[in-house]
Design a protein around this ligand. Structure first.
Ligand code: HEC
Length: 434
């Protein structure tokens, strides 16, 4: 499959934790390290089998009908939560801030009395919609502009007023309970896990949800979006990732609001179940344009029937179940909002495969989020040297946290001060961790 390469002037890292813009070299990085790569679900990669179009029971739906399975999970987690609060099911789950309090106080947790501020919290339906905690994304996804030169670094200072974008991670009860029960929510607990040879393996009903929000701006029609009020401002849900432990290396899917400019840039959009046409090619040269919405299929409409009508405006960009296609090409999947700047190399499963801790209980990699030195994603199969030393006797220097980046990224040290927690709001991993 050939892919047109596009030069970009400026990329912004949107993992949500790195301050500052990154200036890309004139030539873009290759679409993948080494061999050619294909979009997950795209031509040459695995899509749904014909029997997935009906409602028939299929064995192992996550692997046999990945796009149908993605929509099934979409319908379950975006259903209205009880209590008439206008929230979805996933909004009642524990956020990163709630799972990984700062500073953590494990000695005060686990009793029957009122939990201390340093203990993990699972809010459930008691959460009021406005109390949902979130992080400001420190590097806003930039409009990729092919003509304008890169701005000076201080031009990236965020404007005063409410943050323009928010990124929030929620995890369901089984995921939360696993982290808490195994003391994986603070650095000292992770140090011990490393020392003890703990094997990270989330239960099969684990689900994690990462959402990206934009501040309502002039010209936006909020009725087309799932919205959230926060500190007196309205935010629109523009993109989200859903990962579930239905497969040993997790099931990966990402959705975008249909109006997102550049939604199918670089890798196209691939949904063999929910929308016709199933495959949309990326615009070859000009980025950030609108893509046609396509038509929702009848089976997906049936699944959306119980959801708020605005959920009909989201599209599955693709789902990913393996590092490579059956013939060994790396599979790519990334969201135009969340992976802005490295969609062209993004592979959920490979980058998340680099979620590890070293002996210090934190990520051992020198680059943030385990990105390549040119701030692109790794893709394709994992490399043994990410986990094992090359010296004899062989030893594990970096232990996988079962694809959950929040563990090396968000867990704090018992000794962390309020100041370093506050600094963490603008970027991570925090210096105060070690
Ligand atoms: C280049 C690396 C990279 C790529 C590619 C990537 N992610 Fe992540 N992801 C991260 C990092 C780092 C975090 C934790 C920090 C944060 O939340 O921003 C994260 C957080 C998440 C979370 C919250 C749970 C967790 O692991 O902490 C989910 C869910 C998620 N990503 C799903 C996806 C999906 C789905 C894709 C592909 C469409 C994807 N990611 C692509 C690096 C990546």
């Amino acid at each position: 499959m050939s892919r047109t390469r596009v030069s970009i002037g400026v990329i912004a890292l949107s993992i949500g934790v790195v301050a500052g813009l990154l200036l890309a070299a004139a030539a873009p990085p290759a679409a993948a390290q080494g061999a050619a790569a294909v979009a997950a679900g795209g031509s040459g990669a695995q899509g749904d089998q014909p029997e997935c179009m009906g409602d028939a029971e299929v064995p192992n739906p996550a692997v046999n009908c990945p796009d149908r399975f993605a929509w099934q999970v979409f319908a379950e987690v975006n259903a209205p939560a009880g209590g008439g609060s206008g929230q979805t099911v996933w909004q009642t789950w524990s956020t990163d801030d709630e799972t990984f309090p700062c500073p953590p106080t494990p000695s005060e947790c686990g009793g029957t009395g009122p939990a201390s501020k340093g203990c993990p919290v699972f809010p459930g339906e008691t959460r009021t919609p406005t109390a949902s905690a979130g992080h400001q994304r420190s590097a806003r996804a930039q409009q990729i502009d092919l003509q304008t030169p890169a701005p000076a670094p201080d031009a990236a200072e965020p404007p005063a007023g409410p943050p323009q974008t928010l990124e929030i991670v929620h995890r369901n009860r089984p995921t939360f309970d696993y982290i808490v029960a195994n003391d994986l929510w603070y650095v000292e607990g992770l140090e011990k896990a490393f020392a003890d040879g703990f094997v990270f393996d989330f239960p099969t009903d684990a689900i994690e949800f990462k959402s990206n929000w934009s501040l309502l701006a002039e010209g936006d029609d909020p009725s087309r979006y799932h919205t959230m009020e926060r500190d007196g401002s309205t935010y629109l849900l523009v993109a989200f990732h859903i990962s579930t432990k239905d497969l040993p290396n997790w099931f990966w899917s990402t959705f975008e609001h249909v109006d997102n400019p550049g939604r199918c840039d670089f890798i196209g959009c691939h949904d063999s179940f929910g929308v016709v046409p199933h495959d949309v090619a990326p615009h070859p040269k000009v980025l950030n344009r609108q893509y046609p919405p396509g038509e929702l299929t009848a089976p997906v409409q049936r699944r959306l029937a119980k959801l708020a009508p605005e959920f009909r405006n989201y599209r599955l960009k693709g789902s990913q179940t393996d590092y490579t296609t059956p013939t060994g090409l790396p599979t790519l999947l990334g969201n135009s909002v969340t992976e802005s700047g490295f969609v062209q190399t993004a592979s959920c499963i490979t980058c998340h495969g680099r979620a590890t801790i070293g002996a210090s209980g934190t990520s051992p990699y020198p680059t943030v989020a385990g990105l390549t030195p040119d701030f692109q994603s790794f893709n394709g199969p994992p490399r043994t040297e990410w986990y094992y030393s090359n010296e004899r006797p062989l030893h594990r220097w970096s232990v996988q946290t079962d694809f959950v980046w929040a563990i090396p990224f968000k867990a704090n040290s018992i000794g962390a001060t309020e100041t370093c927690c506050a600094e963490r709001e603008t970027g991570g991993p925090p210096a105060c961790q070690d």
